[in-house]
Ligand binder design. Structure first.
Ligand code: AMP
Ligand code: MG
Length: 343
């Protein structure tokens, strides 16, 4: 299949909208990561997303809207807490899960009786939705690999597999949206993102954080969000998270080695590390780390490294989203440095 590269001007967005209306699939920029979009109400078009990504059919998709009023036909209820979150954080990087209406195809919800909805703030995404339909759109990467935050990442994974890609430059936030379910008794954060847990509980009060955000699933454990089952966001290189103080970290990564290692570190660490480094930003700038993380993981592969040593991020604010992605990229392979360095 030939993949058309489009720009973000009105004429090209109209071309993309036509492709979508005809049942095709188009990668679009959003403020979080690039999404791979199809008409959310066309089950056959949505199937093409799963095929292009190699995504397991039991992992549901987020439906993107361009106006709050578009939510009403998609859900059975729009409860007060969801309305409050929508007023405060939409358009923006927050996805809410609600009981789905009958017009949502099973392909989108993967057979669940709920649907995930988001109103992105990116102008190109908004325009494309308003010219076509609510769009089902997961991240525009091959399933399991780091999400795309730049046009070239999408091209690397999707060229020849999809109808078109709209170039929107680099994505601002850099990690996928925060996902919260309001289909349970107490609201529960299923995936951390650009809108933080602290911001959400500031608006709707008590909010749980699902155990799977920071922990691996036990064998056979039931999962609230199917996406949490899978190893995710991983480059080809093996990723190992290193948890410890600055001193422990420098001591560990500066040990002699004959492996082909790159270190994902903070800006402040660079001059203290002998191995090649890729900075993901300043130590306490979690927004910058989120913005750079996926691109840094892809860079490790582009430069042919076989192992990535990554500093374990802090878990507050947007840092929790960085931690959640990194620990999955590492397949929960984490070394506690305090004890190791004494060996
Ligand atoms: P992606 O679009 O690839 O960034 O992934 C969307 C995330 O939202 C995945 O982790 C899905 O499993 C999750 N998700 C989407 N719809 C639902 C739903 N109805 N219930 C629970 N999780 C969902
Ligand atoms: Mg994804």
């Amino acid at each position: 299949m030939h993949t058309l590269i489009l720009s973000s001007n009105e004429e090209d967005i109209k071309k993309a909208a036509l492709i979508i209306k005809n049942g095709g699939i188009v990668a679009m920029p959003t403020e979080t990561v690039y999404g791979l979009a199809a008409d959310a109400l066309n089950g056959d078009a949505v199937k093409k997303i799963f095929a292009a990504k190699g995504r397991p059919a039991d992992n549901p998709l987020i439906v993107h809207i361009s106006d709050i009023s578009q939510i009403y036909p998609l859900v059975r209820e729009f409860p007060k807490k969801a309305q409050l979150l929508a007023e405060k954080f939409w358009p923006g990087p927050l996805t809410v899960i609600l009981p789905k209406s009958d017009i949502i195809p099973d392909e989108v919800s993967a057979g669940l009786d709920t649907v995930a909805i988001r109103f992105p703030s990116h102008k190109t995404a908004q325009k494309l939705i308003s010219l076509s339909s609510p769009l089902a759109a997961p991240s525009a990467n091959l399933s399991g690999s780091p999400s795309p935050t730049a046009l070239r990442h999408v091209c690397d994974d999707m060229n020849g597999r999809i109808d078109a890609i709209i170039d929107g430059g680099d994505c601002d936030v850099g990690v996928e949206s925060t996902v919260i379910t309001l289909a349970s008794d107490v609201p529960r954060l299923l995936r951390p993102g650009g809108v933080t847990a602290e911001q959400i509980s500031g608006v709707i009060g008590k909010t749980e954080i699902d155990k799977a955000v920071t922990n691996p699933l036990a064998d056979g454990e039931r999962v609230s969000s199917p996406g949490m089952k899978y190893k995710h966001y991983s480059p080809k290189a093996e990723v190992i998270l290193l948890d410890g103080t600055d001193k422990d970290f420098y001591e560990f990564v500066n040990r002699p080695t004959d492996r082909n290692i790159v270190v994902l570190c903070y800006e402040e660490d660079k001059e203290k590390i002998i191995l090649p480094c890729i900075s993901i930003g300043k130590k306490h700038d979690y927004g910058e780390q989120a913005h750079k993380l996926f691109s840094a993981l892809r860079k490790a592969d582009e430069n042919g490294f076989s192992v990535v040593y990554a500093r374990c991020p802090e878990k507050t604010g947007v840092g929790l989203a960085v931690y959640n992605r990194m620990i999955r990229a590492a397949g929960f392979n984490i070394i506690s440095l305090g004890s190791v360095n004494q060996q």
